[in-house]
Ligand binder design. Structure first.
Ligand code: ADP
Ligand code: MG
Length: 247
């Protein structure tokens, strides 16, 4: 990142508890424009909670999140603005089951950006073509395979032209044969210069396109390094154990 460029996302001293349990402890993180960051770590280490804070789905106790130079607040108006900037893809797709594939993708820009029905449907159709689902626009989500549903979810996230894409284990719920197609699409997005944070244990993806790997354990960031360094010579015993498990 050029020295004088403001990062797309800055997280400073972010902490978050659920009751007496501290899920995030003093998180410090920056993501520059066009960077792809892979977030990994054992189950329960706080990865989803961190993404949910960045997306405004979760409030936090102390610390600050900034998009560009602007701190993210928790007033309703700030949240609407935030959700325009952030596209989120979940492990279980979270498509609207009662809407067609086309409407799933067309609805967010229609509601949040006040695009006309025509404009939003044109945009949605073009995105569905991009993710290889042009022929499926008028089907219901349940009639698609898991891999196809996840590609719809990615098209839906892209429909808002977000500044940042967040992926929370996007391939964990997929059959092995569906994983490749979704990862390939994510590789294309990263190579096209999208700013992305991806929670995944897909090492091949991390090695191929991500700039940095962040390893979390027990609510803290334990290591941050380029993928070759992180996977090749993890510095802490926790990260070594983790890498040994997923390799
Ligand atoms: P990860 O995504 O790394 O598996 P999470 O961010 O989902 O981890 O969870 C981190 C910790 O916070 C876990 O111990 C989890 O049980 C706890 N946690 C997450 N969400 C809640 C919640 N809404 N209420 C209470 N505890 C929660
Ligand atoms: Mg999680």
């Amino acid at each position: 990142m050029p020295e004088n460029e403001i990062p797309t996302i800055t997280v400073e001293g972010l902490s978050k508890s659920f009751g007496g349990f501290q899920a995030l402890v003093d998180i410090e993180l920056t993501v520059g424009r066009g960077r792809c960051l892979v977030l990994c770590g054992p189950s329960g280490s706080g990865k989803s909670t961190l993404l949910r804070c960045l997306n405004g789905l979760e409030d936090w106790d102390t610390g600050e999140v900034r998009f560009g130079a602007n701190p993210v607040g928790h007033r309703a108006r700030d949240l609407v603005a935030l959700r325009r900037k952030v596209g989120m893809v979940f492990q279980n797709f979270n498509l609207f089951p009662h809407l067609t594939v086309l409407d799933n993708v067309a609805l967010p820009p229609r509601i949040n950006m006040r695009l006309s029905r025509d404009e939003s449907e044109t945009r949605a159709a073009s995105l569905l073509a991009t993710v290889g689902l042009a022929g499926h626009a008028h089907k219901m989500p349940a009639s698609l395979s898991g891999g196809q549903q996840q590609r719809v979810a990615i098209a839906r996230a892209l429909a808002m032209k977000p500044e940042v894409l967040l992926f929370d284990e996007p391939t964990s719920a997929l059959d092995p044969e569906a994983i490749g197609g979704v990862l390939e699409l994510m590789v294309e997005l990263a190579e096209a210069g999208s700013t992305m944070i991806v929670v995944t244990h897909e090492m091949g993806f991390a090695r191929r396109v991500c700039h940095d790997v962040v390893f979390m354990a027990e609510g803290r960031i334990v290591e941050k390094a380029p993928p070759n360094e992180f996977f090749g010579s993890p510095q802490t015993s926790r990260a070594r154990d983790f890498v040994a498990q997923i390799c």
